[in-house]
Design a protein around this ligand. Structure first.
Ligand code: ATP
Length: 614
């Protein structure tokens, strides 16, 4: 197929002023497309060259694209840059300069869809030394043969903005339009029966509309379990609606996640679900793990491939998952090796990075809390009721350190749900998720099969707190080498000139800082707890208070182990999820945040409100 046909349609679609028109134009384009080209055209419509989960980045910097345009047009690069400044779109610049091409083309011919797609694919895959030159050459080669309108859209692909505004639902709708005639008697009867129930004016139009929606639904059901619209399009093109039967859940191809509804209280949850499973809600990354033989792929909630970022999870899957092939889901969360506490999202999020992965995995190892299974050794489990899937999940995971099942209870008592909620929030978790015991796994939809109840985040402390170091704990695990794992810290009681404990701080420090802190603190170590220090917790090493650090925390909570504010409030106060931000070289312990200030901050913060959203 000639790329010119596609470019002309893209131009019409870009100008279309309604989604309806856009869908009709797309349907026309798909009708004209043969089954060999359809996959590539669908990918191009999505502005990509492969399904998103493959993570193929076509990115080419503007500078290099400008160079390619300059090369084939004969215009100096400066002039191309200037034109880009005026137009704000290199696609339009390419179109314009090709219209008035100054330099005669070295080679000119018809561009096929396959040629365009393959060159763009080579651009995306080029890496290493000399790859930029190669990319420029490949793009220039296309531009040399391109008509102005073709150039406009070719250029926009590697720049990552096609500006067509075609969403996946529009692509599916366009297919549904083309498949209307294919609907079999059963499908038609289903729609007719629905229409019989209602009085409808324009029966024929309404029938068509409903049938189209139903076909789109059938396509979407498959898309939800197989996130590759290109391959679905190809099967539809080759075999019509029957092609959908060839699409199966496949390890390596992500399933769109089921989502949770919200209800404001435990009472309403139980009213809705009756006896249900209630699970702890962990605040980390949702991951979908695909294991096929020895290969493991970890997808994010948005189907990005995260495998290189979480090497310890991939390793743990190989050790702890019994099945040869499996697809399951869970929440990956950083856990403090020193204190065993779950770390806040702000810490876990740092694991989403392309560099220093090994170091970060050592500092903030992730633990995976699994909550659902969709595929187990060749069997699609999505249709099973949740309680059966949970049993399968229990059998799937071997005991080990890195993967465990989510904490879960089964109950029909709102009181028990509330108690479980409080318990988990108390441990630093986000709340709970209740699950319908009889529901299947509903891919890509927010239904009442899951209902979330979260603690409030409004209590997050706006301000950081300056705390004095009163002692420290020796490192465990990866931190043994530093001789320091966590700090014991305190705020200042002005009235009585005391330092009262408020937090154990084990996160936020770099390896270098851990070493430096150990060096300076060991110089001020003392044999026993200093008299000015009020702490129930026993540090491994007590220090004479000298240093102050700045700490950020999620909130101030009542605590049975800490002493700040105990006299005034009856119970001690503590920082939840404290993380060090900096060493306050400019402050003495007496200049740390005072107990009085902490009490004020505690009273000002909004308290946990059940059911409130972030
Ligand atoms: P949503 O995913 O509903 O669009 P969101 O991304 O803001 O919303 P939350 O409101 O935090 O997420 O709630 C749902 C998320 O909770 C899930 O996507 C999952 O990542 C996480 N989660 C944590 N623990 C569990 C659990 N036990 N079962 C299911 N999901 C859990």
């Amino acid at each position: 197929m000639q790329f010119k046909i596609v470019a002309d349609y893209f131009e019409k679609i870009e100008k279309a002023n309604s989604r309806l028109l856009m869908t009709d134009l797309l349907a026309e384009l798909f009708k004209k497309t043969g089954s060999d080209d359809i996959q590539q055209i669908v990918f191009l419509c999505q502005g990509q060259l492969a399904p998103p989960y493959e993570g193929l980045d076509i990115g080419m910097g503007e500078k290099f694209v400008e160079e390619a345009i300059a090369k084939i047009s004969g215009y100096p690069k400066k002039e191309i840059e200037q034109k880009f400044k005026v137009k704000g779109d290199l696609g339009l610049v390419a179109e314009e300069v090709l219209k008035k091409k100054k330099q005669s083309a070295l080679f000119s011919g018809e561009l096929s869809v396959a040629k365009v797609f393959n060159n763009l694919l080579k651009i995306a895959r080029a890496e290493g030394k000399g790859s930029q030159d190669l990319k420029i050459r490949l793009l220039a080669e296309l531009l040399n043969s391109a008509k102005p309108v073709e150039a406009k859209y070719i250029i926009r692909v590697p720049l990552g903005h096609l500006r067509l505004g075609i969403g996946d639902p529009t692509i599916m709708d366009a297919f549904a339009i083309n498949l209307l005639k294919e609907a079999d008697a059963k499908l038609k009867k289903e729609i007719e029966d629905k229409l019989k129930e209602k009085k409808v004016d324009k029966r024929k139009e309404e029938f068509e509309r409903k049938l189209r929606m139903r076909i789109r639904e059938l396509i979407e059901e498959k898309y939800n379990v197989h996130s590759d619209l290109g391959s679905i399009a190809e099967k539809l093109k080759r075999n019509g609606l029957n092609g959908l039967k060839e699409i199966h859940i496949t390890p390596g191809v992500p399933i769109r996640p089921t989502l949770a509804e919200r209800l404001p209280s435990a009472g309403e949850i139980v009213k809705k679900l009756g006896k249900c499973a209630v699970e702890a809600k962990y605040d980390g990354f949702r991951v979908q793990v695909h294991k096929y033989g020895e290969k493991v792929t970890i997808f994010s909630r948005r189907q990005e491939n995260m495998t290189p970022m979480f090497p310890e999870i991939a390793e743990a899957v190989k050790k702890q998952v019994k099945a040869k092939d499996a697809i399951f889901e869970g929440e990956a969360l950083a856990v403090n090796e020193q204190t065993g506490e779950y770390l806040p999202f702000q810490v876990t999020i740092q694991r989403k990075r392309k560099y220093d992965i090994k170091e970060m995995a050592k500092d903030f190892p992730l633990r995976l809390f699994v909550f659902d299974v969709m595929f187990d050794d060749g069997k699609n489990l999505m249709g099973l009721p949740f309680k059966e899937r949970r049993k399968k999940l229990e059998k799937l995971i071997k005991k080990g350190n890195d993967i465990e099942l989510t904490k879960s209870i089964v109950t029909d008592s709102p009181k028990t749900v509330d108690k479980f909620f409080e318990e988990n929030v108390g441990k630093g978790l986000e709340g709970i998720i209740a699950k319908d015991l009889s529901a299947p796994y509903i891919a890509g939809a927010r239904k009442f099969s899951w209902i979330k109840l979260k603690r409030s985040y409004k209590g997050e402390l706006q301000d950081s707190v300056d705390v004095a170091i009163i002692g420290y704990f020796k490192g465990k695990g990866a931190r043994t080498q530093f001789g320091l794992g966590a700090l014991l810290t305190a705020v200042y009681d002005e009235k009585e000139d005391m330092l009262r404990s408020i937090a154990k701080v084990g996160t936020g420090m770099s390896e270098q800082q851990l070493q430096d802190l150990e060096k300076i603190l060991s110089k001020t170590s003392v044999k026993k707890k200093p008299a000015r220090v009020d702490s129930e917790l026993e540090a491994d090493v007590w220090v004479s208070p000298k240093y102050v650090i700045e700490v950020r925390a999620d909130e101030i909570t009542k605590s049975p182990v800490h002493r700040a504010g105990k006299k005034e409030e009856g119970e001690g106060l503590a920082l939840r999820f404290p993380r060090m931000i900096s060493i306050r070289q400019d402050k003495k312990p007496e200049e740390a945040t005072s107990v009085k200030e902490i009490i004020k901050m505690f009273k000002q913060q909004t308290h946990v409100k059940i059911g409130e959203e972030k």
